[in-house]
Ligand binder design. Structure first.
Ligand SMILES: [Mg+2]
Length: 381
């Protein structure tokens, strides 16, 4: 399988409403779509989003890396998905997001060629028994905005069937966050409720937060402290915390997962393709966590389209369980790039929404072109 042509689309898709995190406010999804063609005229699509505070990528740097990678990759024969990561490393050091974008497009082509859905290919790689319809994946719904809005959203989305929640913390005082967390925990009692500070807390605040009775109903607390703290701090937090500790910004791939497991510094991790460098490395990371009795969530960066959503969901269908839920971020976009965006059904994503070959979602070119970021243009390689 060879890449005969490629087009890169730098996109900016507005969110329904800005999402406030501890260290940034995201108002639009800056994401890069890649369309590659093979010798037989098939088209494969890939996506990766910018994440300046998680991967260091901006739209300019991501477009530049994807372009470089794809131009070099055009001369290569791509036949064995398990070797893709090794081959990418021969072209470009680091740059996990760009590699994830190309890997996704190549996997889309490969699984179309095999007439198999990506999720089934991954499930075979995971040695799980083949099934026609794997269990739907629970979706993780983020709560944000004013406290009144959080309460109203929690009630209305719970009625729609959502049972997994994420409360963003770290931009208010510790006392205010604890008050919100307690009130929302009481409202959503029995559900999988989590908080995410995106590394904004000091170690002492994080310990105080976890030990407080207001946080006692949480299912896990994600990335309370900055990723650049020494490992001993994470070990101490885990030791002192009565609630499970999840990590996101601290975990980019398997080597960090193994290091934190060895140090007994986590109860689970958040897996994103832009961090792991693609679908297959994320599958390996998920397998490792589950095999150690740890938890994981799957997540798209805020925000990615249905394309990255479908590729990430495929890992969940292949693993057979996503204990901490799947944060499918296309639900926060004003519009999506395909005709039938992935949608929650009773708070879950079912496999029937994915087509029977490839990633399962095909972008509509007119929609893609209408979302090109201001000051940018499609790039032919
Ligand atoms: Mg997170």
């Amino acid at each position: 399988m060879k890449i005969t042509s490629a087009t890169i689309y730098p996109l900016s898709v507005p969110l329904m409403e800005p999402i406030k995190m501890s260290r940034e406010i995201v108002a639009d999804a800056k994401t890069v779509l890649l369309c590659i063609s093979d010798e037989e005229g098939r088209q494969g699509w890939g996506e990766a989003s910018v994440a300046p505070l998680m991967t260091g990528e901006t739209l300019d740097s991501l477009v530049g890396s994807v372009k470089y990678l794809v131009e070099q990759a055009k001369n290569w024969e791509w036949t064995e998905p398990k070797k893709f990561a090794e081959e990418f490393a021969k072209i470009l050091y680091g740059n996990a997001s760009a590699k994830s974008c190309l890997e996704m497009a190549l996997l889309d082509l490969f699984t179309q060629q095999q007439s198999i859905p990506l999720w089934r290919y991954l499930r075979q790689e995971n040695n799980l028994p083949d099934v026609e319809t794997p269990a739907p994946i629970p979706l993780l719904r983020m709560l944000g905005g004013s406290f009144d809005k959080e309460v109203a959203d929690a009630k209305s989305f719970r009625e729609l069937g959502f049972r997994h929640w994420k409360i963003k913390i770290g931009s208010l005082s510790l006392a205010e966050d604890l008050h919100r967390v307690e009130a929302l925990s009481n409202l959503l009692e029995g559900d999988v409720i989590s908080v995410d500070a995106n590394g904004a807390m000091s170690l002492s605040d994080a310990i105080q937060f976890c030990e407080s009775k207001e946080a006692s109903k949480l299912s896990f607390a994600e990335q309370l402290v900055p990723a650049d703290l020494p490992l001993e701090d994470f070990v101490l937090l885990k030791k002192r915390s009565p609630i499970p500790i999840g990590l996101d910004e601290s975990i980019h791939g398997l080597s960090e997962i193994e290091e934190f497991i060895k140090a007994k510094a986590l109860d689970g991790a958040s897996l994103k393709l832009i961090k792991t460098g693609g679908v297959l490395p994320a599958l390996e990371a998920g397998k490792t966590l589950l095999s150690q009795g740890l938890k994981m969530n799957l997540a798209c960066k805020i925000a990615e389209t249905s394309l990255a959503g479908a590729a990430t969901a495929s890992i969940g269908f292949a693993l057979g369980e996503v204990p901490w839920g799947f944060s499918m971020s296309n639900q926060y976009l004003q519009f999506d790039i395909c005709n039938q965006p992935l949608k929650a059904q009773e708070g879950k994503l079912d496999v029937a929404q994915l087509s029977i070959s490839g990633i399962g979602v095909t972008p509509n070119l007119d929609r893609v072109k209408s979302a090109i970021a201001k000051g940018y243009a499609a790039i032919e390689c």
